[in-house]
Design a protein around this ligand. Structure first.
Ligand SMILES: Nc1ncnc2c1ncn2[C@@H]1O[C@H](COP(=O)(O)OP(=O)(O)OP(=O)(O)O)[C@@H](O)[C@H]1O
Ligand SMILES: [Mg+2]
Length: 507
Protein backbone atom coordinates (compact mmCIF):
# COMPACT_ATOMS: atom_id res chain seq x y z
CA UNK A 1 0.00 0.00 0.00
CA UNK A 2 1.29 3.43 -0.96
CA UNK A 3 2.10 5.50 2.09
CA UNK A 4 0.20 8.74 2.22
CA UNK A 5 2.34 11.78 1.49
CA UNK A 6 1.81 13.14 5.01
CA UNK A 7 3.03 9.97 6.63
CA UNK A 8 6.00 9.92 4.25
CA UNK A 9 6.86 13.40 5.49
CA UNK A 10 6.70 12.27 9.05
CA UNK A 11 8.80 9.19 8.36
CA UNK A 12 11.36 11.33 6.55
CA UNK A 13 11.59 13.77 9.47
CA UNK A 14 12.01 10.98 11.99
CA UNK A 15 14.67 9.36 9.85
CA UNK A 16 16.53 12.64 9.39
CA UNK A 17 16.59 13.28 13.13
CA UNK A 18 17.82 9.74 13.68
CA UNK A 19 20.72 9.91 11.22
CA UNK A 20 21.80 13.29 12.53
CA UNK A 21 22.47 11.82 15.95
CA UNK A 22 24.16 8.71 14.62
CA UNK A 23 27.72 10.01 14.75
CA UNK A 24 29.83 13.14 14.93
CA UNK A 25 30.81 12.81 11.30
CA UNK A 26 29.38 15.96 9.75
CA UNK A 27 29.53 14.91 6.10
CA UNK A 28 28.26 11.42 6.68
CA UNK A 29 25.24 12.49 8.72
CA UNK A 30 24.24 15.29 6.39
CA UNK A 31 24.65 13.13 3.30
CA UNK A 32 22.40 10.50 4.85
CA UNK A 33 19.83 13.18 5.64
CA UNK A 34 19.85 14.36 2.03
CA UNK A 35 19.48 10.80 0.80
CA UNK A 36 16.37 10.38 2.94
CA UNK A 37 14.78 13.51 1.48
CA UNK A 38 15.48 12.19 -1.98
CA UNK A 39 14.22 8.66 -1.34
CA UNK A 40 11.10 9.49 0.58
CA UNK A 41 10.07 12.91 -0.67
CA UNK A 42 11.52 13.02 -4.17
CA UNK A 43 13.60 16.04 -3.32
CA UNK A 44 16.52 15.50 -5.64
CA UNK A 45 20.02 16.91 -5.69
CA UNK A 46 19.84 17.97 -2.10
CA UNK A 47 22.71 20.10 -0.89
CA UNK A 48 23.80 21.43 2.47
CA UNK A 49 26.00 24.51 2.26
CA UNK A 50 27.74 25.80 5.33
CA UNK A 51 29.45 29.12 5.82
CA UNK A 52 33.12 28.92 6.58
CA UNK A 53 33.51 31.21 9.58
CA UNK A 54 36.93 32.47 8.50
CA UNK A 55 36.72 32.97 4.75
CA UNK A 56 33.01 33.75 4.70
CA UNK A 57 32.70 31.31 1.83
CA UNK A 58 29.80 28.98 1.43
CA UNK A 59 30.80 25.41 0.81
CA UNK A 60 28.87 22.29 0.02
CA UNK A 61 29.51 19.89 2.90
CA UNK A 62 27.03 17.24 1.88
CA UNK A 63 25.06 16.50 -1.25
CA UNK A 64 22.91 13.80 -2.66
CA UNK A 65 22.72 13.26 -6.42
CA UNK A 66 25.77 15.37 -7.27
CA UNK A 67 29.08 14.03 -8.53
CA UNK A 68 32.25 14.85 -6.54
CA UNK A 69 33.49 17.27 -9.20
CA UNK A 70 30.11 19.01 -9.11
CA UNK A 71 30.41 19.31 -5.34
CA UNK A 72 33.87 20.84 -5.65
CA UNK A 73 32.57 23.53 -8.00
CA UNK A 74 29.78 24.47 -5.66
CA UNK A 75 31.20 27.46 -3.89
CA UNK A 76 29.19 30.60 -3.45
CA UNK A 77 30.03 33.86 -1.87
CA UNK A 78 27.34 35.54 0.19
CA UNK A 79 25.00 37.49 -2.02
CA UNK A 80 25.70 35.47 -5.12
CA UNK A 81 22.91 33.53 -6.70
CA UNK A 82 19.86 32.21 -4.94
CA UNK A 83 21.76 30.36 -2.24
CA UNK A 84 23.65 33.54 -1.47
CA UNK A 85 20.42 35.51 -1.39
CA UNK A 86 18.92 33.11 1.13
CA UNK A 87 21.94 33.51 3.37
CA UNK A 88 21.73 37.29 3.12
CA UNK A 89 18.00 37.63 3.71
CA UNK A 90 17.62 34.63 6.03
CA UNK A 91 14.36 33.92 4.14
CA UNK A 92 13.54 30.71 2.26
CA UNK A 93 13.22 30.95 -1.53
CA UNK A 94 11.31 29.01 -4.09
CA UNK A 95 12.08 29.15 -7.79
CA UNK A 96 9.25 27.50 -9.76
CA UNK A 97 11.18 26.93 -12.95
CA UNK A 98 14.90 27.47 -12.69
CA UNK A 99 15.14 27.99 -16.44
CA UNK A 100 13.43 31.36 -16.02
CA UNK A 101 15.38 32.69 -13.10
CA UNK A 102 18.37 34.92 -13.94
CA UNK A 103 19.70 34.65 -10.40
CA UNK A 104 20.16 30.96 -10.77
CA UNK A 105 23.87 30.63 -11.38
CA UNK A 106 24.01 26.85 -11.69
CA UNK A 107 27.52 26.83 -10.30
CA UNK A 108 27.68 23.10 -9.95
CA UNK A 109 26.80 22.56 -13.58
CA UNK A 110 24.64 19.62 -12.69
CA UNK A 111 21.46 20.72 -14.42
CA UNK A 112 21.97 20.74 -18.17
CA UNK A 113 18.29 21.05 -19.08
CA UNK A 114 16.85 23.42 -16.52
CA UNK A 115 13.27 23.29 -17.71
CA UNK A 116 10.61 21.93 -15.42
CA UNK A 117 12.71 21.74 -12.31
CA UNK A 118 11.81 23.79 -9.27
CA UNK A 119 14.37 24.83 -6.72
CA UNK A 120 13.82 25.21 -2.97
CA UNK A 121 16.26 26.77 -0.64
CA UNK A 122 16.03 27.24 3.12
CA UNK A 123 18.39 28.99 5.55
CA UNK A 124 19.98 26.96 8.37
CA UNK A 125 19.74 29.15 11.40
CA UNK A 126 20.78 28.66 15.00
CA UNK A 127 19.91 31.25 17.63
CA UNK A 128 19.84 34.04 15.07
CA UNK A 129 23.08 33.03 13.39
CA UNK A 130 22.96 31.84 9.81
CA UNK A 131 25.09 28.74 9.53
CA UNK A 132 24.29 27.91 5.94
CA UNK A 133 21.49 26.77 3.66
CA UNK A 134 19.84 23.64 2.46
CA UNK A 135 18.63 23.35 -1.11
CA UNK A 136 16.75 20.73 -3.11
CA UNK A 137 15.47 20.28 -6.64
CA UNK A 138 11.92 19.21 -7.06
CA UNK A 139 9.83 18.12 -10.04
CA UNK A 140 6.24 18.62 -8.95
CA UNK A 141 3.56 16.20 -9.99
CA UNK A 142 -0.11 16.80 -9.29
CA UNK A 143 -0.63 14.23 -6.62
CA UNK A 144 2.33 14.98 -4.32
CA UNK A 145 2.45 17.84 -1.88
CA UNK A 146 2.79 21.51 -2.58
CA UNK A 147 5.41 24.19 -2.26
CA UNK A 148 4.19 25.23 1.19
CA UNK A 149 4.42 21.67 2.47
CA UNK A 150 7.92 21.32 1.08
CA UNK A 151 9.11 24.56 2.61
CA UNK A 152 7.67 23.53 5.94
CA UNK A 153 9.50 20.18 5.78
CA UNK A 154 12.72 21.90 4.75
CA UNK A 155 12.27 24.34 7.63
CA UNK A 156 12.10 21.49 10.13
CA UNK A 157 14.99 19.65 8.51
CA UNK A 158 17.11 22.80 8.53
CA UNK A 159 16.47 23.40 12.21
CA UNK A 160 17.44 19.79 12.97
CA UNK A 161 20.59 20.32 10.95
CA UNK A 162 21.26 23.60 12.77
CA UNK A 163 21.08 21.85 16.13
CA UNK A 164 23.41 19.17 14.92
CA UNK A 165 25.92 21.59 13.40
CA UNK A 166 25.89 23.58 16.66
CA UNK A 167 26.74 20.46 18.66
CA UNK A 168 29.24 19.37 16.09
CA UNK A 169 31.08 22.70 16.38
CA UNK A 170 31.32 22.38 20.16
CA UNK A 171 32.54 18.82 19.78
CA UNK A 172 35.07 19.91 17.17
CA UNK A 173 36.36 22.70 19.36
CA UNK A 174 36.75 20.41 22.36
CA UNK A 175 38.46 17.89 20.14
CA UNK A 176 40.96 20.46 18.85
CA UNK A 177 41.58 21.63 22.39
CA UNK A 178 42.16 18.08 23.58
CA UNK A 179 44.54 17.49 20.70
CA UNK A 180 46.47 20.64 21.63
CA UNK A 181 46.67 19.65 25.29
CA UNK A 182 47.84 16.23 24.29
CA UNK A 183 50.57 17.76 22.15
CA UNK A 184 51.66 19.97 25.04
CA UNK A 185 51.75 17.01 27.40
CA UNK A 186 53.77 15.03 24.91
CA UNK A 187 56.25 17.90 24.72
CA UNK A 188 56.35 18.35 28.45
CA UNK A 189 56.93 14.71 29.19
CA UNK A 190 59.56 14.17 26.58
CA UNK A 191 63.03 12.82 27.15
CA UNK A 192 64.82 16.10 26.33
CA UNK A 193 62.92 17.68 29.21
CA UNK A 194 64.46 15.39 31.78
CA UNK A 195 67.51 16.99 33.34
CA UNK A 196 70.66 14.95 33.89
CA UNK A 197 73.93 14.37 32.06
CA UNK A 198 75.49 11.81 34.37
CA UNK A 199 76.13 8.33 32.94
CA UNK A 200 73.78 6.85 35.55
CA UNK A 201 70.92 9.09 34.50
CA UNK A 202 71.70 8.73 30.82
CA UNK A 203 71.41 4.99 31.10
CA UNK A 204 68.00 5.48 32.73
CA UNK A 205 66.97 7.58 29.73
CA UNK A 206 68.13 4.89 27.34
CA UNK A 207 65.97 2.37 29.15
CA UNK A 208 63.03 4.76 29.09
CA UNK A 209 63.35 5.26 25.34
CA UNK A 210 63.52 1.50 24.82
CA UNK A 211 60.56 0.49 26.97
CA UNK A 212 58.36 3.43 25.96
CA UNK A 213 57.62 1.94 22.53
CA UNK A 214 56.64 -1.43 23.99
CA UNK A 215 53.66 -2.46 26.07
CA UNK A 216 55.81 -4.04 28.77
CA UNK A 217 55.03 -3.66 32.45
CA UNK A 218 57.70 -1.51 34.06
CA UNK A 219 58.64 -1.32 37.72
CA UNK A 220 60.20 1.98 38.75
CA UNK A 221 62.40 1.86 41.80
CA UNK A 222 64.03 4.65 43.70
CA UNK A 223 63.96 6.81 46.79
CA UNK A 224 61.37 9.46 47.34
CA UNK A 225 61.65 12.40 44.97
CA UNK A 226 63.92 10.73 42.43
CA UNK A 227 61.44 11.16 39.59
CA UNK A 228 59.50 7.89 39.48
CA UNK A 229 56.22 9.53 38.58
CA UNK A 230 57.83 11.87 36.09
CA UNK A 231 59.46 8.91 34.35
CA UNK A 232 56.16 7.01 34.38
CA UNK A 233 54.43 9.92 32.63
CA UNK A 234 57.28 10.22 30.17
CA UNK A 235 56.98 6.54 29.30
CA UNK A 236 53.24 6.94 28.77
CA UNK A 237 53.45 10.07 26.62
CA UNK A 238 56.18 8.58 24.46
CA UNK A 239 54.33 5.30 24.02
CA UNK A 240 51.80 4.17 21.41
CA UNK A 241 49.19 4.66 24.17
CA UNK A 242 49.95 8.39 24.44
CA UNK A 243 46.49 9.24 23.10
CA UNK A 244 44.85 7.24 25.84
CA UNK A 245 44.56 8.34 29.47
CA UNK A 246 47.30 8.28 32.09
CA UNK A 247 45.72 7.23 35.37
CA UNK A 248 47.84 7.47 38.52
CA UNK A 249 46.80 5.70 41.71
CA UNK A 250 48.61 6.07 45.00
CA UNK A 251 48.10 2.62 46.50
CA UNK A 252 49.16 3.78 49.97
CA UNK A 253 46.76 6.68 50.20
CA UNK A 254 43.58 4.61 50.51
CA UNK A 255 42.51 2.10 53.13
CA UNK A 256 42.33 -1.51 51.98
CA UNK A 257 38.63 -1.84 51.14
CA UNK A 258 38.49 1.49 49.36
CA UNK A 259 41.59 0.74 47.33
CA UNK A 260 40.01 -2.38 45.92
CA UNK A 261 36.90 -0.52 44.89
CA UNK A 262 38.88 2.40 43.54
CA UNK A 263 40.93 0.12 41.32
CA UNK A 264 38.33 -2.34 40.10
CA UNK A 265 35.09 -0.42 40.47
CA UNK A 266 31.90 -1.75 41.98
CA UNK A 267 28.53 -2.85 40.71
CA UNK A 268 25.39 -1.18 41.96
CA UNK A 269 24.46 -2.95 45.18
CA UNK A 270 27.92 -4.47 45.68
CA UNK A 271 27.92 -3.17 49.25
CA UNK A 272 25.50 -1.34 51.47
CA UNK A 273 24.96 2.13 50.16
CA UNK A 274 26.24 1.35 46.67
CA UNK A 275 23.41 3.09 44.87
CA UNK A 276 25.27 3.44 41.62
CA UNK A 277 27.79 1.56 39.56
CA UNK A 278 31.31 2.83 40.20
CA UNK A 279 33.85 2.76 37.43
CA UNK A 280 37.27 1.78 38.70
CA UNK A 281 40.65 3.17 37.71
CA UNK A 282 41.46 0.12 35.63
CA UNK A 283 38.43 0.84 33.49
CA UNK A 284 39.23 4.55 33.35
CA UNK A 285 42.68 3.72 32.03
CA UNK A 286 41.21 1.93 29.01
CA UNK A 287 43.45 2.41 26.01
CA UNK A 288 46.07 4.12 28.13
CA UNK A 289 48.35 3.53 31.09
CA UNK A 290 47.72 2.94 34.76
CA UNK A 291 50.45 4.01 37.16
CA UNK A 292 50.34 2.14 40.46
CA UNK A 293 52.39 4.25 42.82
CA UNK A 294 53.60 2.80 46.13
CA UNK A 295 52.84 -0.69 44.85
CA UNK A 296 54.59 -2.16 47.90
CA UNK A 297 51.65 -1.02 50.04
CA UNK A 298 48.90 -3.01 48.41
CA UNK A 299 47.20 -5.54 50.68
CA UNK A 300 47.10 -9.28 49.83
CA UNK A 301 43.50 -9.31 48.55
CA UNK A 302 44.30 -6.64 46.01
CA UNK A 303 47.61 -8.33 45.13
CA UNK A 304 45.71 -11.43 44.01
CA UNK A 305 43.38 -9.42 41.78
CA UNK A 306 46.24 -7.44 40.33
CA UNK A 307 48.03 -10.67 39.47
CA UNK A 308 44.97 -11.74 37.52
CA UNK A 309 45.02 -8.49 35.55
CA UNK A 310 48.68 -9.08 34.71
CA UNK A 311 48.26 -12.73 33.83
CA UNK A 312 44.88 -12.89 32.18
CA UNK A 313 44.41 -9.28 31.18
CA UNK A 314 40.97 -9.10 32.73
CA UNK A 315 39.19 -8.20 35.95
CA UNK A 316 35.72 -7.85 37.47
CA UNK A 317 33.98 -5.03 39.25
CA UNK A 318 33.21 -5.72 42.90
CA UNK A 319 29.90 -7.54 43.11
CA UNK A 320 29.93 -8.57 39.47
CA UNK A 321 30.92 -11.73 37.64
CA UNK A 322 31.19 -10.02 34.28
CA UNK A 323 34.78 -10.11 33.12
CA UNK A 324 36.18 -6.86 31.75
CA UNK A 325 39.10 -6.89 29.35
CA UNK A 326 42.04 -4.88 30.63
CA UNK A 327 43.21 -2.87 27.65
CA UNK A 328 45.94 -0.98 29.43
CA UNK A 329 49.56 -0.86 30.26
CA UNK A 330 50.74 -1.15 33.83
CA UNK A 331 53.54 0.92 35.29
CA UNK A 332 54.32 0.57 38.99
CA UNK A 333 56.60 2.31 41.43
CA UNK A 334 57.90 1.79 44.91
CA UNK A 335 60.59 3.12 47.17
CA UNK A 336 60.66 -0.13 49.11
CA UNK A 337 62.87 -3.08 48.48
CA UNK A 338 60.17 -5.35 47.11
CA UNK A 339 62.30 -8.46 47.20
CA UNK A 340 62.70 -7.96 50.96
CA UNK A 341 58.93 -7.67 51.22
CA UNK A 342 58.62 -10.92 49.29
CA UNK A 343 61.00 -12.60 51.72
CA UNK A 344 59.01 -11.26 54.64
CA UNK A 345 55.85 -12.64 53.14
CA UNK A 346 54.25 -9.24 52.63
CA UNK A 347 54.35 -9.31 48.87
CA UNK A 348 53.46 -12.20 46.56
CA UNK A 349 56.43 -13.56 44.74
CA UNK A 350 54.50 -14.39 41.55
CA UNK A 351 53.21 -10.81 41.44
CA UNK A 352 56.70 -9.48 41.99
CA UNK A 353 58.01 -11.33 38.95
CA UNK A 354 55.07 -10.26 36.81
CA UNK A 355 55.66 -6.62 37.70
CA UNK A 356 59.36 -6.88 37.33
CA UNK A 357 59.44 -7.60 33.59
CA UNK A 358 61.53 -4.49 33.23
CA UNK A 359 62.70 -2.52 36.21
CA UNK A 360 64.31 0.87 36.13
CA UNK A 361 66.12 2.08 39.20
CA UNK A 362 66.31 5.83 39.53
CA UNK A 363 69.56 6.86 41.14
CA UNK A 364 69.44 9.06 44.22
CA UNK A 365 70.69 12.57 43.67
CA UNK A 366 73.73 11.95 45.87
CA UNK A 367 74.75 9.14 43.50
CA UNK A 368 74.96 11.55 40.62
CA UNK A 369 76.19 14.80 42.06
CA UNK A 370 77.44 16.02 38.68
CA UNK A 371 73.77 16.52 37.72
CA UNK A 372 73.14 18.91 40.59
CA UNK A 373 74.36 22.08 38.80
CA UNK A 374 72.20 21.24 35.78
CA UNK A 375 69.18 20.75 37.98
CA UNK A 376 69.90 23.92 39.95
CA UNK A 377 70.11 25.94 36.75
CA UNK A 378 67.01 24.31 35.34
CA UNK A 379 64.90 25.09 38.39
CA UNK A 380 66.46 28.52 38.89
CA UNK A 381 65.37 29.49 35.40
CA UNK A 382 61.93 28.12 36.00
CA UNK A 383 61.37 29.92 39.33
CA UNK A 384 62.94 33.15 38.10
CA UNK A 385 60.37 33.11 35.33
CA UNK A 386 57.57 32.23 37.73
CA UNK A 387 58.38 34.95 40.26
CA UNK A 388 59.65 37.47 37.70
CA UNK A 389 63.07 37.65 39.31
CA UNK A 390 66.60 37.36 38.04
CA UNK A 391 68.46 35.58 40.79
CA UNK A 392 71.75 33.75 40.40
CA UNK A 393 73.45 31.14 42.58
CA UNK A 394 76.92 32.02 43.87
CA UNK A 395 79.79 29.60 43.34
CA UNK A 396 79.96 28.78 47.04
CA UNK A 397 76.25 28.19 47.16
CA UNK A 398 76.54 25.85 44.17
CA UNK A 399 79.23 23.93 46.04
CA UNK A 400 76.95 23.69 49.05
CA UNK A 401 74.20 22.38 46.77
CA UNK A 402 76.58 19.72 45.51
CA UNK A 403 77.78 18.70 48.95
CA UNK A 404 74.38 18.45 50.61
CA UNK A 405 73.02 14.88 50.87
CA UNK A 406 69.51 15.58 49.50
CA UNK A 407 67.45 12.96 51.32
CA UNK A 408 64.40 14.23 49.45
CA UNK A 409 66.24 14.14 46.12
CA UNK A 410 65.02 16.26 43.19
CA UNK A 411 61.78 17.23 44.88
CA UNK A 412 63.71 18.63 47.81
CA UNK A 413 66.12 20.41 45.51
CA UNK A 414 63.28 22.00 43.57
CA UNK A 415 61.44 23.04 46.73
CA UNK A 416 64.60 24.49 48.22
CA UNK A 417 65.27 26.56 45.13
CA UNK A 418 61.72 27.79 44.95
CA UNK A 419 61.90 28.95 48.54
CA UNK A 420 65.27 30.59 48.00
CA UNK A 421 64.08 32.43 44.92
CA UNK A 422 61.12 33.77 46.89
CA UNK A 423 63.07 34.65 50.02
CA UNK A 424 66.35 35.98 48.72
CA UNK A 425 66.37 39.75 48.71
CA UNK A 426 69.60 40.35 46.80
CA UNK A 427 70.01 39.04 43.29
CA UNK A 428 72.35 36.29 44.32
CA UNK A 429 71.86 33.21 46.48
CA UNK A 430 74.80 32.85 48.87
CA UNK A 431 76.03 29.76 50.69
CA UNK A 432 74.47 31.16 53.89
CA UNK A 433 71.13 31.61 52.17
CA UNK A 434 71.37 28.00 51.10
CA UNK A 435 72.21 26.72 54.57
CA UNK A 436 69.43 28.70 56.18
CA UNK A 437 67.00 27.50 53.52
CA UNK A 438 68.01 23.88 53.21
CA UNK A 439 67.92 23.33 56.96
CA UNK A 440 64.18 23.99 56.87
CA UNK A 441 63.84 20.94 54.70
CA UNK A 442 65.58 18.63 57.14
CA UNK A 443 63.08 15.99 57.92
CA UNK A 444 63.36 16.13 61.71
CA UNK A 445 63.06 19.85 62.23
CA UNK A 446 59.68 21.01 63.27
CA UNK A 447 57.37 23.73 62.03
CA UNK A 448 58.44 24.18 58.50
CA UNK A 449 58.41 27.76 57.38
CA UNK A 450 55.40 28.42 55.27
CA UNK A 451 54.91 31.27 52.89
CA UNK A 452 51.20 31.61 52.51
CA UNK A 453 49.86 32.23 49.08
CA UNK A 454 53.15 31.80 47.34
CA UNK A 455 53.85 28.18 47.95
CA UNK A 456 52.00 25.58 46.00
CA UNK A 457 48.89 24.53 47.88
CA UNK A 458 49.98 20.90 47.92
CA UNK A 459 53.24 21.66 49.71
CA UNK A 460 51.35 23.78 52.19
CA UNK A 461 48.91 20.98 52.85
CA UNK A 462 51.79 18.56 53.19
CA UNK A 463 53.47 20.83 55.73
CA UNK A 464 50.32 21.02 57.78
CA UNK A 465 49.84 17.28 57.56
CA UNK A 466 53.43 16.58 58.55
CA UNK A 467 53.22 18.87 61.57
CA UNK A 468 49.98 17.31 62.70
CA UNK A 469 51.49 13.85 62.47
CA UNK A 470 54.56 14.89 64.49
CA UNK A 471 52.29 16.41 67.12
CA UNK A 472 50.04 13.35 67.32
CA UNK A 473 53.05 11.04 67.60
CA UNK A 474 54.50 13.08 70.45
CA UNK A 475 51.20 13.24 72.27
CA UNK A 476 50.82 9.50 72.02
CA UNK A 477 54.37 8.64 73.09
CA UNK A 478 55.14 7.46 69.58
CA UNK A 479 52.68 4.60 69.76
CA UNK A 480 51.70 4.62 66.10
CA UNK A 481 48.39 2.81 66.48
CA UNK A 482 47.21 5.42 69.01
CA UNK A 483 48.53 8.32 66.98
CA UNK A 484 46.76 6.96 63.91
CA UNK A 485 43.52 6.73 65.84
CA UNK A 486 43.89 10.28 67.08
CA UNK A 487 44.42 11.43 63.50
CA UNK A 488 41.53 9.39 62.18
CA UNK A 489 43.63 7.38 59.75
CA UNK A 490 44.70 3.74 59.60
CA UNK A 491 48.08 2.65 61.00
CA UNK A 492 49.04 1.67 57.47
CA UNK A 493 48.32 5.17 56.21
CA UNK A 494 50.23 6.65 59.12
CA UNK A 495 53.19 4.39 58.41
CA UNK A 496 53.18 5.53 54.83
CA UNK A 497 53.14 9.19 55.79
CA UNK A 498 55.89 8.78 58.38
CA UNK A 499 58.03 7.40 55.60
CA UNK A 500 56.94 9.96 53.07
CA UNK A 501 57.86 12.89 55.30
CA UNK A 502 60.92 11.16 56.75
CA UNK A 503 59.59 11.71 60.28
CA UNK A 504 62.02 10.42 62.86
CA UNK A 505 60.57 8.20 65.56
CA UNK A 506 61.95 8.51 69.09
CA UNK A 507 61.27 5.33 71.00
N1 LIG B 1 65.32 14.34 35.78
C1 LIG B 1 64.55 15.30 36.25
N2 LIG B 1 64.65 16.52 35.74
C2 LIG B 1 63.88 17.52 36.21
N3 LIG B 1 63.00 17.40 37.18
C3 LIG B 1 62.85 16.19 37.75
C4 LIG B 1 63.61 15.07 37.30
N4 LIG B 1 63.24 14.02 38.03
C5 LIG B 1 62.31 14.43 38.89
N5 LIG B 1 62.06 15.73 38.73
C6 LIG B 1 61.10 16.52 39.51
O1 LIG B 1 61.24 16.16 40.87
C7 LIG B 1 59.99 16.10 41.54
C8 LIG B 1 59.77 14.75 42.15
O2 LIG B 1 59.58 13.78 41.13
P1 LIG B 1 58.52 12.60 41.25
O3 LIG B 1 57.27 13.09 41.87
O4 LIG B 1 58.44 11.98 39.93
O5 LIG B 1 59.29 11.67 42.29
P2 LIG B 1 58.88 10.26 42.91
O6 LIG B 1 60.03 9.38 42.72
O7 LIG B 1 57.57 9.85 42.36
O8 LIG B 1 58.76 10.63 44.46
P3 LIG B 1 57.89 9.89 45.62
O9 LIG B 1 58.46 8.53 45.81
O10 LIG B 1 58.11 10.78 46.79
O11 LIG B 1 56.49 9.89 45.14
C9 LIG B 1 58.95 16.46 40.50
O12 LIG B 1 58.63 17.81 40.61
C10 LIG B 1 59.66 16.21 39.19
O13 LIG B 1 59.16 17.03 38.17
MG1 LIG C 1 55.72 9.65 43.39
Amino acid sequence: MEMSYKSKELTALLEVSRVLTESFDLEKNLTSAMAILSDLLEMQRGCVYLLEPLSGELKIVAAHGLRPDEIRKGKYRIGEGIVGRVIETAEPMFVPDIGDEPKFLNRTGSRPGKEGISFLCHPIELKGEILGVISVDRIYSREHGGVDDDLRVLGIVSSLIAQFVGLWRIFKEADTEREELRRQLKDRFSIPNLVGESPKFQSVLKMVAKVAVTDATVLLLGESGTGKELIARTIHYQSPRAKGPFVAVNCAALPENLLEMELFGAEKGAYTGATERRIGRFEKAKGGTIFLDEIGEIPPSVQAKLLRVLQEKCFERLGSSESIKADLRILAATNRNLLDEVKRGNFREDLYWRLNVVSIRLPALRERREDIPHLVNYYLKRFNRKYKKNIRVSEEAMEAFMEYHWPGNIRELANTLERLVIMTESDIISAEDFRAGAVCMEADTEPVLSIAGEKALSTEVETIEKNRIIKALKENNYVQARAAKALGITPRQLGYRIKKYGIRLFE
